[in-house]
Design a protein around this ligand. Structure first.
Ligand code: NDP
Length: 326
């Protein structure tokens, strides 16, 4: 038997409980993993609260990230005792996920746990940190360098935002953190932000082009915020779009693209090919300060995850939450 968060749906009503399940109920897969830690991402919070159409079949065990130890494997690449990591691939959406003591998965979704991190540290980073790394890599691919000017990070106190600030600052960029939580100024500056911008300055409909302010940006907010971020991007700059915390819409014009040569780079972490994942995790290992992971992260038990999902969507969670199974 193993414990898991289970999302069920009956007559359009969603019910979320912690249940003890028999191992025979695990889905198909060639690797069975004893989960040590999972985490709560924005997407997990949407799944648990039912506030977004994340879950594609019921019953579902949520959890798009997990780290743990292989218990059984019929795949050549993994053997019992191996430490493994999973991010995305639709796990926790269409296949039972990581908010459970056990998971059965496809071996091609797994990567070895990077030697730089423990299972708990890998979950402190999770999809949020790995996505922030992918966004930084996208800006670099467009040729962004620290001496080109400031880089804006929106949704700054959130998971993606916190890691985006830490990574950019470590690489020598001057970071502006856009936040709705002025009380987190010390936290954001501790991560390496040089300046704070009130997110309300970006949240309302704006002009097609605004004063050129930042050479690059990592946006996890979308909607009017992303439109205003694009409008304020300097000539030849690049904006990496990875989220929709304000909304899925993009009420923008083409002006920044055709008059300032601005690039909008889309970031998807879920279906990202294996080589990019390995490279992102290698760079995370190289760049992240382990002590900073503790500043960004809080650890909870599986029994606290359901309530914490509500708090996360309400903007009451700073940084990241690790869910420990022990
Ligand atoms: P968090 O909830 O941890 O952070 C989101 C942050 O956005 C909040 O902390 C808040 O920051 C800000 N925010 C929240 N609501 C609003 C609003 N209405 N208007 C403006 N800002 C707002 O989530 P994550 O960091 O885990 O994820 C952020 C986004 O990125 C989500 O939309 C998520 O779905 C997406 N994502 C996408 C991935 C991909 O593969 N493309 C992977 C991972 C995440 P503050 O309080 O500082 O203002």
């Amino acid at each position: 038997m193993f414990k898991a968060i289970v999302i069920e749906k009956q007559d359009d009503a969603q019910r979320v409980t912690i249940q003890s399940l028999d191992e025979s109920r695990l889905p198909e897969g060639d690797v069975t993993v004893r989960v040590e830690c999972s985490t709560l991402n924005y997407k997990d919070a949407l799944a648990i609260t039912g506030k977004g159409p994340v879950v594609r079949q019921f019953p579902m065990v949520p959890g798009i990230d997990l780290a743990g130890t292989v218990e059984a494997s019929s795949a050549d690449e993994f053997k019992p005792g191996d430490s493994v990591l999973l991010n995305g691939w639709g796990v926790g959406e269409g296949h039972w996920g990581g908010l459970a003591e056990k998971a059965r998965l496809r071996s091609d979704w797994l990567i070895p746990l990077p030697s730089a991190f423990t299972a708990s540290q890998a979950m402190a980073i999770g999809t949020a940190g790995y996505t922030a790394m992918l966004a930084v890599m996208a800006l670099e691919r467009q040729g962004l360098e620290p001496d080109h000017g400031e880089v804006l990070v929106t949704g700054a106190s959130g998971g993606v935002g916190s890691y985006a600030i830490a990574l950019l600052a470590r690489l020598g960029y001057r970071v502006i953190a856009a936040t709705g939580r002025p009380e987190e100024e010390a936290y954001l500056k501790g991560l390496g932000a040089q300046a704070i911008l009130d997110r309300s300055e970006l949240a309302e409909p704006g002009r097609p082009l605004a004063k050129e302010r930042w050479a690059g940006a990592i946006d996890s907010v979308g909607s009017h915020t992303l439109a205003n971020v694009l409008a304020g991007t300097r000539y030849g700059g690049c904006v990496a779009a990875c989220g929709l915390a304000q909304g899925m819409d993009l009420p923008a014009t083409v002006a920044p693209f055709i008059l300032r040569g601005v690039t909008l780079a889309g970031i998807d972490s879920v279906m990202r090919p294996r080589a990019d994942r390995l490279e992102a995790w290698r760079r995370l290992g190289e760049l992240l300060d382990r002590a900073q992971l503790d500043t960004i992260t809080r650890t909870i038990g599986l029994d606290e995850a359901i309530d914490t999902a509500e708090a996360l969507l309400a903007g009451r969670v700073r940084g990241r939450v690790v869910v420990s199974m022990t």
